[in-house]
Design a protein around this ligand. Structure first.
Ligand SMILES: Nc1ncnc2c1ncn2[C@@H]1O[C@H](COP(=O)(O)OP(=O)(O)OP(=O)(O)O)[C@@H](O)[C@H]1O
Length: 243
């Protein structure tokens, strides 16, 4: 792949004395969807946090359009075009759907981010967000809350959208509805990094995948070509395979 929008180079991350990532090399192109899979504790969320500037990393370890940006604080990362749909959604409880979304619109305005996402466009993508505009987010179902969280990230007009386990705890029908939004998001030119526990879903929704094990990449390749055997080996042990 040429012309990575975002890449990492020997990315390491620590929580105090504990090293969670050991030199991750990663890249994603414009409009590409890349899945990050691996067992619990493999380092997937840590990778997203490290990229997002939520953990200290050296500037050279994360590049956007070739520019070193590692360790840039998260709000500045949003300004540069990276947004995250965090694990657990982290919505503003006590506020309505529309007020949660307006926070993102205001943030994008303040940061000077321009792009194709508007509230009306988001309402076309997830019509329920319009129907429930005045509903406090804590009264929504898990799937609806996830749509708000995705919407909030999109309204920051990201070039790269980082999604941390957006299917977690949701019913299959709701998961399908949420994943059905991906093609339109990508059609905007937005690149999507998907951390996903469901390997089948990760494979079908992405162009390429990376498997992590104990903070190291154990498999990379086109999602349609990697086999179940390769994935299970990469999940539980074995050397780095490039397919
Ligand atoms: N705040 C923290 N402090 C200390 N260690 C942490 C912290 N967060 C994660 N870790 C450790 O870092 C490693 C990677 O965790 P991470 O959450 O990135 O894994 P993951 O692949 O996202 O797994 P999961 O699917 O369970 O979220 C694990 O060993 C975890 O215990």
């Amino acid at each position: 792949m040429t012309g990575a929008v975002l890449s990492t180079h020997g990315l390491v991350a620590r929580y105090g004395d504990f090293q969670a990532l050991y030199g991750i090399d990663f890249q994603i192109g414009q409009g590409e969807a890349v899945a990050l899979i691996g067992a619990n504790g493999a380092g997937k969320s840590t990778f997203l946090r490290a990229v997002m500037g939520l953990l200290p990393v050296a500037s050279d370890m994360v590049r956007m359009g070739g520019q070193p940006i590692g360790g840039t604080p998260a709000d500045r990362m949003v300004q540069r075009g990276v947004a995250i749909v965090p694990e657990g959604r982290r919505l503003f409880t006590g506020m309505s759907v529309q007020d949660n979304l307006r926070v993102a619109v205001d943030q994008a305005d303040r940061l000077g981010r321009r792009g194709g996402w508007s509230l009306s466009r988001l309402h076309r993508l997830f019509p329920i967000l319009n129907e429930k505009a005045r509903t406090p987010v804590q009264s929504l179902s898990g799937g609806q809350q996830q749509m708000v969280s995705i919407g909030r990230a999109l309204l920051c007009q990201p070039t790269v959208l980082l999604c941390d386990e957006i299917s977690l705890g949701l019913a299959p029908k709701v998961i399908r509805e949420i994943y059905a939004a991906l093609p339109e998001i990508r059609a905007q030119g937005t690149s999507v990094v998907l951390v996903e526990q469901d390997v089948g879903l990760a494979q079908s929704a992405s162009d390429r995948l990376y498997c992590l094990l104990e903070g190291r990449v154990t498999l990379t390749g086109p999602s349609g070509s990697v086999t179940r055997d390769q994935i299970s080996q990469a999940y539980f042990g074995g050397s780095h395979a490039v397919v």
